[in-house]
Design a protein around this ligand. Structure first.
Ligand code: ME8
Length: 507
């Protein structure tokens, strides 16, 4: 069983930001989920190195294009490493093999007479790297997504891919495969985009304007349009066209994308694939955006930008991973700020999970000779909390869709509340005082720590560093694959590891 998960490849005209961190972390969570289920995984993430805005960013820094791209590439890799994103393949579109494969794809489509050369007059947004229609622009004539970048009037001869011959077929594919694009709101949006005839897609840029790109195989005065080049990464990463192994991965490919790039992934890419005679990806999982507090777009001038590295340095990587996973919404925007992240870290991870672990584990070590005691007979309360923990974590042992992530974590937080109530009600600190209730105390401690072990095993998919540490403290055995919540895997009367505070409180 294979699963191939992709993230967008990010433009390198600036440093990696929270949006980039987000999609790659979600991809990593889905990867860890599939791995827990026993799948063989391929996760690709990386950078989109061509196009006009990257070229201009290098010029602005006064660097050679190659040095600039290398610098940014290292920066993105470092951030993903710090985020514990376990990518299997880091994409660079400047790679020679990628460039040759893209040119091959273009030539094959050209040979089918699906690419035409013509003059085009229109408006170009460098931010989107796309031609715009008047109707796409704001009242003052700018791109709604990149209002400060200033659209440009262009009058150029270019090469265009015919799109309209494939529109009906794509609509049919969406109708026949209702899960092909999720969530539903974006399926509807895509269907709407496809409800009217499609303009031909400009797939070239004259070298007179843009040099940073892949030369067209059939006309050396042009480079390939950055989107045509970038989208093809999903195939070239897995060895298309030469490596026979690519087909098995491609058949299981799921793209994770933000709503801003729905059109390239929902319209251009499937049509490019159809034109090249290739099958479509298995799935397109779309998410909405993060905004600053109050729903305001993040911007340097407002000062509400959340920098992933600053958050990691202040609160640790798992505070960030947790917030992103727990508070994301696939079909509506969500808000993020350092304050919100701190709050969710302190109250959810710290108070509800970390504290219970350190209280119960420290108590156990202090009162039972450094050990986890063996349980006695279980009461109805013990059985109830154990069942609740299994129920709440079962979802992490099943296939998770991007949009499901927050609900699965909400279930864990709810059960953590119940575990805290159980612990408070059973009051092991009272039970230890009498010889007659000592065994009952052992049982409560065992049930609490074994339940926490189940929770931590489930959380390995989301906050692997902290959950791994917790499992070490508990001296838990290796987890089995496929994973599912299983009780009583901690051995009674066994040594506990060193207990540290998992989520130290941050003001
Ligand atoms: O579009 N909230 O690159 P890009 C959540 N190179 N996610 C966000 C976000 C936000 N506020 N802002 C950005 C490109 N993202 C192309 C892609 S793929 C073949 C080529 C994330 O650097 C989200 O995943 O503009 C979005 O789709 C992506 O970053 C855009 O990154």
């Amino acid at each position: 069983m294979k699963s191939y998960i992709t993230t967008p490849i990010y433009y390198v005209n600036g440093s990696p930001h929270i949006g980039h961190a987000f999609t790659s972390v979600m991809a990593d969570i889905l990867k860890r989920n599939r791995e827990a289920l026993g799948y063989e995984l391929m996760l690709s993430t990386g950078v989109d190195e061509h196009g006009q805005k990257n070229q201009e960013a290098a010029e602005d820094k006064g660097m050679s294009v190659t040095d600039y791209l290398d610098m940014r590439c290292t920066e993105f890799r470092n951030v993903f490493d710090k985020l514990d994103v376990t990518y299997d393949y880091f994409v660079r579109t400047s790679r020679e093999g990628h460039k040759q494969a893209v040119a091959g794809m273009e030539q094959s489509i050209f040979d089918k007479d699906l690419i035409v050369k013509k003059n085009y007059t229109g408006i170009y947004c460098k931010g989107c790297e796309e031609f715009k229609k008047e109707s796409d622009l704001t009242e003052d004539g700018q791109c709604a997504l990149h209002p400060t970048m200033k659209v440009e009037q262009t009058d150029e001869t270019n090469y265009f891919l015919k799109m309209e011959p494939f529109r009906e077929r794509l609509l049919q594919h969406i109708a026949d495969n209702p899960d092909w694009i999720q969530p539903e709101a974006f399926r509807n949006e895509l269907t709407k985009m496809l409800s009217e005839p499609l303009d031909d897609l400009c797939i070239s840029r004259p070298k007179a304007r843009v040099t940073l790109g892949i030369e067209l195989p059939f006309d050396q005065d042009f480079v390939t349009y950055v989107w045509f080049d970038a989208l093809a990464n999903y195939l070239t990463n897995i060895g298309w066209p030469d490596d026979a192994g690519y087909e098995a991965w491609w058949a299981e490919c799921e793209h994770l994308i933000g709503k801003d790039i729905l059109k390239p992934h929902g319209v251009y890419w499937p049509i490019m694939l159809m034109a090249a005679g290739l099958p479509l990806p298995k799935k397109l999982s779309v998410h909405s955006h993060w905004t600053g507090a109050g729903g305001v777009k993040m911007s340097k001038s407002i000062g509400n930008v959340v920098d992933p590295i600053e958050v990691i340095e202040k609160l640790g990587v798992d505070a960030l991973r947790w917030y992103l996973a727990r508070h994301m919404r696939a079909d509506s925007d969500s808000q993020i700020s350092v304050e919100f992240i701190t709050q969710s870290y302190n109250t959810e991870l710290g108070n509800k999970i970390g504290n219970l672990l350190s209280r119960a584990a420290k108590f156990s070590k202090a009162r039972f000779d450094g050990k986890l005691p063996a349980p006695g007979a279980l009461t109805a309360e013990d059985e109830a909390i154990r069942k609740a923990v299994v129920d709440a974590t079962t979802g992490m042992g099943e296939w998770i869709n991007l949009a499901d992530i927050p609900a699965r974590l909400q279930a864990i937080i709810t059960v953590a509340d119940e575990m805290n109530n159980y612990f408070a009600e059973q009051a092991p600190w009272d039970l230890i005082k009498n010889e007659e209730t000592r065994e009952r105390c052992q049982t409560v401690i065992y049930v609490t720590l074994d339940s926490l072990r189940v929770v931590m095993e489930a959380l390995l998919q989301v906050i692997p560093g902290s959950a791994g540490k917790a499992l070490k403290m508990l001296n838990a055995p290796e987890i089995a694959t496929p994973w599912k919540p299983e009780l009583d895997r901690l051995k009674g009367d066994s040594d506990l590891g060193e207990i540290e505070t998992l989520f130290p409180r941050v003001q």
